[in-house]
Design a protein around this ligand. Sequence first.
Ligand SMILES: C[S@@+](CC[C@H](N)C(=O)[O-])C[C@H]1O[C@@H](n2cnc3c(N)ncnc32)[C@H](O)[C@@H]1O
Length: 257
Amino acid sequence: MKLYIVGAGPGASDLITVRGLRLLQEADVVLYADSLVSEELIKESKPTAEVLKTAGMHLEEMVDIMVSRLKQGKKVVRVHTGDPAVYGAIMEQISLLKSEGVEIEIVPGVSSVFAAAAELGAELTIPDLTQTVILTRAEGRTPVPDREKLQDLARHHCTIAFFLSATLTKKVINELIEAGWSKATPVAVVYKATWPDQKIVRSTLEHLDEDMKKNGIRKQAMILAGWALDEHIHEKDYRSKLYDKEFFHGFRPGVKS
Ligand SMILES: C[S@@+](CC[C@H](N)C(=O)[O-])C[C@H]1O[C@@H](n2cnc3c(N)ncnc32)[C@H](O)[C@@H]1O
């Protein structure tokens, strides 16, 4: 018995992988989180497929359904938003499924962090500026381990991507400023990246909270912070070694005179 966990991508129905789409089209049973995965994409499933929305289900209920359908010899696909590996709550499902003898195959998806960067036309790692991206969330009702306090992470002054933090911007601002970030640091917010009602808000650390409020953004937002998000970064001369004419590597050995 094998269950497929498929990353749906951030929203636009053509941002699922070819492998993920094939599995969705072949599935006898499809489970998906209705508020986060596009209906357009789910329409790709077979007309005869049993399609179940999971938003109102609890974990055991969902797993019971998956196991019962697998035992009937059906092909079952669980669709997750973005990439299942980040904030996908897949491990609690995998844990119960494995205890029932179910094998798991995960198909990756385009995470909202990368969809948001693409919509912004941004590179998150700019040579000489930052070579690191931290994926995190501000602490709200869900606790974050003490050793991962935002203030400590922010001391790296790299790019930080905030999931699940749209209502916690005051906390984000305070912690980053406490870590020595300038109030002028660029912050870009992408609400519902790649959905028809996507909204992009470019702000600074100082104005983030008011700009989010002004635009009525309280959920489904990717917040990207750091100087790599400077809208004018392309006018500055940051260059990687990769395409430097003086830099030779395995795929472009060149001949040095
Ligand atoms: C439960 S997490 C799931 C993340 C998902 N696994 C991913 O890779 O994008 C939900 C959070 O992801 C972010 N998110 C998911 N889809 C988004 C989108 N289309 N645009 C902006 N942010 C999104 C938001 O921060 C949201 O609060």
